[in-house]
Write a protein that binds this ligand. Structure first.
Ligand code: EPU
Length: 417
């Protein structure tokens, strides 16, 4: 039987949490290591299920992965098997990034079409179109995408329809070993992508403009193994701050980068949180009752879609009505029904969530639908009257290292059952 989290609400969280490395950076750094044979050392890697899944993808390809605390050593073979199997890709959409890396490294790649969180349809057409314009060809056989570039990839100008994080990363991974210059226009600007570009640069890649909308990559003949420390997880930091805000708590997150959460911190301040930052810490004091605000999710540096469920949860007990507009995913609303079961009054109307603040939430049994929605339901439970059982803990385990231990250390009444 899958694990659940049992939470008894009513405690104001208080204390300090050390933030680990970002899931959405570490997974990409692991894939990037495939671009050079030899031993790579990636530090500050969170101990979460998605990292284990990616390690299994790399092991299938022929690499070995050894973890010592938060340090991951990856030994990459000379001739990687250019294949990512369905059982792993289905568990984690980020596996699709091996497409660019394996095409660059081996001239071919066989990758099952991805699964991942249920946010409605999540196509990979931008990845494919971009790689095709670099000379790759693709065929789909029985759910497995066969990519081929026997003569190598060639640099070109790619202009993305939307600043997709994954498509930008896949093209970056493909371009560093391509022949000539690749320009990615309308590129994603996420800090995790900048971290990937920094790692690739340490490996010997020539990349300009990572973190801006135009990235220029000069292909090189070969890359070397390297060492790198993963950028802090802004979503882990944001989630603990949301927990502090929701419980009228006083929470500090350390070892993080406040500048990566500018819009989220602004919104926390506008619902009435007191927020103070230093270079690497954020301290928050939650309001007695949040104020209502409107929020729109947008690509970085806009408000992160992966903070959407936590924000709606905080606003569910606000004094007034708020509207959150989801601009990244067509369907990220399945958790709303779970929140309503706890007494919230939230509903989706097209891409908008209308949130009518209620006085109180009450505990019951709910299902974690995905990583962030699951975390948001735990946060709701910590303010709710009575007991809440959040089922399907495995979703939360995909993204949060030491989740129960950290919340317990802040005083939360939570246990895994
Ligand atoms: N899209 C397309 N075609 C494509 C690629 C994307 O239509 O070829 C659409 C998607 O369907 C979506 C939007 O573009 O509507 C944005 O998708 P994007 O490619 O930017 O997202 P991703 O790379 O698949 C990463 C994170 C997600 C995070 C998004 C947005 C990883 C492993 N995942 O996904 O993180 O929500 O960027 O910032 O980096 C999470 O950590 O909980 C999570 C879901």
């Amino acid at each position: 039987m899958a694990d659940s989290f049992h939470v008894r609400g009513g405690t104001a969280l208080s204390g300090s949490i050390k933030i680990g490395g970002a899931k959405n950076a570490a997974l990409k750094l692991m894939v990037a290591s495939l671009l050079a044979p030899g031993k790579h050392h990636i530090g500050n890697v969170p101990n979460i299920v998605d990292v284990d899944t990616m390690a299994r993808v790399l092991e299938h390809v022929g690499a070995t992965c050894d973890r010592d605390g938060s340090m991951l050593t990856i030994d990459v073979p000379d001739d990687p098997l250019p294949e990512a199997p369905l059982d792993l890709v289905r568990q984690m959409r980020a596996s699709i990034l091996v497409l660019g890396a394996l095409l660059a490294r081996a001239g071919e790649a066989r990758v099952a079409l991805p699964g991942g969180d249920d946010f409605g349809s999540r196509p990979i057409d931008f990845h494919i179109k971009g790689l095709e314009s670099m000379g790759a060809t693709f065929e789909l056989h029985h759910g497995v995408l066969h990519g081929s570039a026997p003569d190598g990839l060639t640099g070109t100008d790619v202009f993305l329809e939307f600043p997709s994080v994954g498509a930008t990363e896949n093209l970056l991974l493909a371009a560093v070993l391509a022949d000539g210059v690749t320009t990615i226009g309308n590129a994603a600007r996420e800090p995790e992508l900048v971290d990937l570009a920094q790692y690739l640069t340490t490996m010997g890649a020539k990349i300009d403009g990572a973190g801006t909308s135009t990235i220029e990559i000069h292909g090189v003949g070969a890359l070397e193994p390297a060492s790198h420390s993963t950028v802090p997880d802004r979503l882990e930091a944001g989630t603990y701050l949301a927990a502090g805000a929701m419980t009228r708590g006083h929470v500090t997150v350390t070892d993080c980068k406040p500048e990566h959460l500018r819009m989220e911190l602004r919104k926390l301040a506008s619902i009435g949180c007191e927020v103070e930052t230093t270079e690497s810490t954020i301290t928050l004091v939650g309001p007695d009752r949040p104020a209502a605000v409107d929020v729109a999710t947008l690509p970085y540096p806009g408000f992160h879609t992966d903070m959407h469920p936590q924000m709606v949860t905080m606003l569910s007990v606000a004094d007034g009505t708020s509207i959150l507009t989801e601009n990244i995913y067509a369907g990220r609303f399945r958790y709303l029904g779970e929140l309503n079961r706890m007494g919230a009054d939230v509903h989706a109307d097209g891409q908008h969530v209308v949130i009518r603040g209620v006085d109180r939430l009450s505990g019951c049994e709910v299902d974690a639908c995905d990583i962030r929605a699951g975390a948001a339901l735990v946060i709701a439970a910590m303010r709710a009257d009575g007991d809440t059982l959040i089922r399907d803990a495995q979703h939360i385990d995909r993204g949060y290292d030491r989740w129960v231990e950290n919340l317990q250390s802040l005083g939360a009444d939570i246990e895994r059952v």
